[in-house]
Design a protein around this ligand. Structure first.
Ligand SMILES: [Fe+2]
Length: 227
């Protein structure tokens, strides 16, 4: 971070408190109105609003030495934790945030975060994202693509309870992503939409297939790193 960005982050409200967690807690509360106005990730204007908001937080967080250390450390988590790495920054039961690392060419298959509202900001690298809606909360068998695209550093998308909540990632380049869950969700409610995958088998990493009514299937899976 340059001196300019440090000063800018400070001017934008970098806190006097010493911990990123307390800063995040206050920031999420402060930004809740803006976040609640996001309702369609297919809208480029709304994605830009999400990027501005999350980018502002990321720049402020980057003034904390502990955050910069975590940003570096998350790059090493994939080696032991599977195709992607995750470092939690903050979790108060209602909101949470963390950093995800995904190696070039690796994927996180389709999954959901039921009840969550979250922004995903690309910090470094490039990532491809597919976001889907389910036909019904009960079956979640028929999926419709809400938005798909490629994001580079500084760009963001978001999901809401009803829009684009089911999503997958593929890293075009090594990626670090800042995930901000303004409204969190219980991990045990998460589902993976895996027509057929070897992701959780030794050495496996299969790309998620584009969901269709014929091949989208819901599988509960409770033992993976969260993202
Ligand atoms: Fe996710």
């Amino acid at each position: 971070m340059t001196k300019y960005h440090e000063r800018k982050a400070a001017a934008e409200g970098n806190p006097a408190d010493s911990e990123p967690a307390s800063f995040l807690a206050r920031s999420i509360a402060r930004e809740s109105l803006t976040i609640s106005g996001l309702d369609d990730p297919a809208d480029p204007v709304q994605r830009q609003q999400a990027a501005m908001l999350a980018g502002r937080l990321h720049r402020s967080l980057s003034t904390f030495p502990s955050y910069r250390r975590q940003e570096g450390a998350v790059r090493n988590t994939a080696a032991t934790g599977g195709p992607w790495g995750w470092l939690p920054l903050f979790d108060d039961g209602c909101s949470r945030a963390g950093l995800m690392f995904l190696e070039r060419g690796k994927s996180v298959p389709l999954h959901d975060h039921p009840g969550a509202v979250a922004i995903t900001l690309v910090v470094t690298g490039k990532i491809e994202i597919i976001q889907c809606d389910a036909d019904s909360e009960e079956s979640k068998r028929d999926l419709t693509v809400r938005w798909e695209g490629r994001l580079k550093a500084g760009e963001a998308t978001f999901l809401t309870v009803a829009a684009g909540n089911i999503h997958s990632f593929k890293a075009v380049e090594d990626c670090v992503v800042f995930d901000l869950f303004a409204i969190s969700y219980p991990y045990e409610k998460r589902s993976w939409f895996i027509p057929e995958t070897t992701l959780f088998s030794p050495g496996g990493n299969t790309q998620p297939r584009r969901p269709t009514p014929a091949n989208a299937a819901r599988q509960d899976y409770h033992h993976t790193p969260a993202n």
